[in-house]
Write a protein that binds this ligand. Structure first.
Ligand SMILES: [Zn+2]
Length: 283
């Protein structure tokens, strides 16, 4: 499932081609995605010009003329492809292509086999849209820091792992990067939130380290994603993964990669999701 770095990679990939292009024609498959298509979606966007693209958490927001914005989430398996002029004519609609937007010089194809992705259209400020309005700070923004996080964690009687997956606390983090950041901080995913905050509500050392490691792991993953963008087929949100450098994710029973540790990676279930960690060095 694409997480923040992968969505950022997709956004950067699209950005290169779609800005200032006008929407000529739109194809929708007969299937709906996770939610039904917005009412009059096609007639409302045809003729509009694409003026901006940005990312918020795991959402891509495409700004159109006349103050419209498309808000799109890739779900589990959504991916975008951009075809250049020469490739457009021969394109045959593939199974799971659910949205095709013809621009002046390009064609954007959205393919999503599992259809957990979703797309909405708004002519209001996207920040007040129901998908975005309650999202927590971006992990790379100034608002995400140990002091603010300490206030949030104070009196929270929950494991740290579950809390970091809560999009209202920090947005865009998913299972993979939370597991990796906890490993790098040598923190046990089951550790209670109260153990990260002093009685006065200030961050303890472990929380300061955790925030630093979250930043580090997200930045590195974005860099890896960026480096895969040379070839356009890579905006599918898969190549951007940090896969080759996962320390714990999907490594159950394999040796811990911390040089001085002879432990092995364990998998446990927390709130229905797999957590990967080394019980020996993550205390
Ligand atoms: Zn270890």
């Amino acid at each position: 499932m694409p997480e923040l770095p992968e969505v950022e990679t997709v956004k950067r990939g699209l950005e290169e081609f779609i800005i200032n292009e006008s929407i000529k024609e739109v194809y929708l498959s007969k299937f709906s995605l996770r939610f039904p298509w917005p009412k009059d979606f096609v007639s409302k966007i045809v003729g509009k010009k694409i003026i901006s693209i940005r990312r918020r958490a795991k959402y891509i927001i495409i700004g159109l003329s006349d103050n419209y914005s498309i808000i799109a989430h890739l779900g589990m398996s959504g991916c975008y492809k951009v075809l250049k002029k020469g490739e457009v004519q021969d394109y045959k609609i593939l199974k799971h292509d659910h949205l095709i937007i013809d621009l002046e010089n390009f064609k954007i194809v959205y393919n999503d086999p599992r259809r957990f992705g979703y797309i909405d259209l708004t002519n209001q400020d996207p920040e007040i849209h129901k998908f975005l309005s309650s999202l927590g700070p971006e992990p790379l923004s100034n608002h995400f820091n140990a002091d603010n996080l300490a206030e949030t964690l104070l009196n929270k009687n929950k494991p740290i792992k579950n809390t970091l997956l809560d999009q209202n606390i920090v947005s865009g983090l998913g299972n993979i990067y939370v597991c990796e950041a906890l490993f790098r901080s040598k923190i046990n995913p089951k550790k209670n939130c109260s153990k990260f905050v002093t009685s006065k509500g200030k961050p303890r050392k472990n929380l300061i380290l955790l925030v630093k490691k979250i930043n580090e792991v997200i930045k590195e993953a974005i860099e890896v994603g960026g480096s895969t963008l040379r070839d356009f087929s890579n905006i599918n949100g898969k190549m951007g993964y940090f896969q080759s450098s996962f320390n714990v994710y999907n490594r159950e029973n394999e040796k811990c990669l911390l040089g001085s540790c002879d432990g092995a990676v364990k998998r446990i279930i927390q709130s229905g999701r797999s957590t990967f960690f080394c019980s020996k060095c993550q205390k």
